[in-house]
Design a protein around this ligand. Structure first.
Ligand code: B12
Ligand code: SF4
Length: 467
């Protein structure tokens, strides 16, 4: 008990002191506790969890932090790592979960609990639905691990875990440890991962779209790491992989939210010989110099949420960063710098009509969008839009919350027509002829291969897969 209160006092006094206290507490343990950290595979029959999935950066961060006090093993069910049948050798079994894989996490979590392990759930879905998640575990972590780590780690060490951990404050990103990838590298299936290396420079996005979980979890906050720390991490991966030309995928919600930081980062990355892609909202891409700086530092793709060509829809989803009058200019600015566009488009809003599909197809083809991604509008639990739509949602089967199952009957089109047109636009945009039209003259890199994969995926689509 005395240790416990001392830590609480010290938790006010700074990050390093908290870490020291935890080390002291851990050194008094007779047995070093053992964690198993699991990335579950969803049960969806669609693409979301198959193919070359990325190394889960969030779990590399969890493993790295946990390993400062505990022995940690990691498995990723998506790449074929076997899930143990017996969990009795582990003190703690920890999962990350989005909505689409949470049912699987619950199933394994229940089993681990029945074998006597303490089970922790973190990630977007348990954060949004903590009371539901609590039924399948010992502890739910709301939001990011780093912000509750001192309390959680102390309670794990003292066997006093609480049902929920939620911090009133967000940890500075500079305090986050550099994620070690050795936890994933140990798997014999490691080669099945995509060769895009996940990295994080900023967190948060204050734009406030009503379908997105980020504003609900992190509010209007936007945090940045010190540029030097990002560069150190890039170099760590270059060393780890033994080459300069590493392909990075920034996991940031919206990388350019503070243009001064973005400029500094771009300048520091220039000359490192890397390639990278990131999410960015279009209001930054109309600024002169932004795509130029990005290109100079190795950017080969920006992911942009166009969402809809209908201004009423944009208004309805509160996407204040999108202005239709700027769409063409943004695309030109990006493409003239040889940066490809991953363009996100959603269908199924009440404002959508059957003609919305043709308009989107024409827009994509006219603008030679390199990597169009289509989703069926999905109200994710915990978002303001979910509350608005709840009475109209057709089912609450989380396995089908993969943005490929239609969730409610839109007002201006039947569900059947929605699915029919959704399949049609995939097939048309990813026909060989259209791929050639959109990609002709573009650099021969992984974006071409994604188009080929999407071609074959579109061929496999059948209406019953989307019901
Ligand atoms: C980058 C990104 C992607 C990338 C890469 C994903 C990847 N490699 O994991 C790509 C483009 C591939 C992608 C795809 C998809 N995505 Co996405 N994506 C994101 C984004 C912007 C960032 C995720 C990220 O890595 N952040 C950085 C990490 C470090 O932060 P973190 O995950 O929050 O982890 C911290 C905490 O959550 C916590 N934590 C997490 N897990 C655990 C576990 C334990 C035990 C503990 C204690 C703590 C803890 O601690 C971590 C460290 O600080 C999020 C938005 C967001 N901010 O979450 C959407 C988001 C996760 N994506 C979303 C969706 C819908 C999808 C797709 C279905 C879209 C589609 N139609 O293709 C697919 C599904 C892919 C899949 N199989 O899961 C939704 C999920 C909503 C939901 N409720 O499930 C989100 C939340 C966006 C939104 N609409 O709100 N995505
Ligand atoms: S711009 Fe993107 S990350 Fe930001 S709130 Fe909207 S959907 Fe979420």
């Amino acid at each position: 008990m005395s240790n416990h209160s001392a830590l609480q006092v010290n938790s006010i006094n700074g990050f390093d002191q908290q870490a020291e206290m935890l080390q002291e507490l851990a050194s008094k343990q007779t047995h070093r506790k053992k964690w198993l950290v699991i990335q579950p595979k969803s049960l969806t029959n669609l693409r979301a969890d198959s193919g070359h999935v990325s190394i889960p950066l969030n779990l590399m961060m969890v493993c790295t932090l946990a390993s400062t006090l505990f022995d940690v093993e990691f498995i990723d069910e998506r790449i074929g790592d076997p899930v143990p049948e017996d969990f009795s050798g582990y003190d703690v079994v920890a999962f990350t979960a989005r909505t689409l894989n949470v049912k699987k996490a619950y199933k394994i979590g229940n089993l681990a609990k029945s074998h006597g392990a303490k089970v922790i759930f973190g990630g977007v879905h348990p954060t949004m639905m903590p009371d539901e998640a609590r039924n399948y575990c010992t502890t739910v972590v709301y939001g990011e691990l780093e912000s509750v780590w001192t309390d959680l780690a102390r309670d794990v060490l003292l066997d006093e875990m609480k049902p929920f951990y939620k911090s009133g404050k967000l940890e500075q990103m500079d305090h986050m440890h550099r994620p070690e990838f050795k936890f994933a590298e140990k798997s014999k299936n490691f080669k099945k991962y995509s060769n895009l290396v996940p990295i994080l420079a900023t967190k948060g996005c204050p734009v406030g779209c009503n379908f997105c979980t980020t504003p609900t979890i992190y509010g209007k906050s936007f945090r940045m790491r010190e540029v030097d720390l990002v560069i150190d991490e890039i170099k760590y991966h270059q060393n780890r992989l033994g080459k300069e030309n590493v392909n990075f995928s920034f996991m940031d919600d919206n990388i350019c939210f503070k243009p001064k930081f973005f400029n500094d980062l771009m300048e520091a990355m220039t000359g490192l010989g890397v390639h990278w892609n990131a999410n960015i909202s279009m209001n930054f891409l109309v600024r002169p110099g932004v795509p130029e700086l990005a290109a100079q530092s190795g950017c080969d793709m920006f992911s942009i949420g166009f969402e809809s060509l209908d201004p009423d829809t944009i208004k309805q989803v509160h996407k204040g960063s999108n202005f239709h009058s700027q769409y063409d200019e943004v695309i030109k600015n990006v493409q003239k710098n040889n940066i490809a566009i991953q363009g996100y488009f959603m269908f199924g809003f009440d404002t959508d009509k059957e003609t919305s599909f043709q308009a989107t197809y024409d827009f994509i083809m006219d603008n030679h969008i390199e990597f169009p991604v289509f989703a069926l509008a999905t109200p994710f639990p915990g978002t303001p839009w979910y509350d608005e739509m709840k009475t109209r949602i057709r089912h609450f089967d989380w396995d089908r919350y993969d943005t490929f199952h239609y969730m409610y009957e839109p007002k201006k089109m039947s569900g059947e027509k929605l699915v029919e047109n959704f399949i049609k636009i995939h097939r048309e945009v990813y026909s060989w002829k259209s791929i050639y039209h959109r990609m002709k003259g573009k650099p021969l890199n992984w974006v071409w291969f994604v188009n080929v994969a999407m071609h074959f995926f579109s061929k496999r689509m059948k209406p019953e897969m989307f019901a």
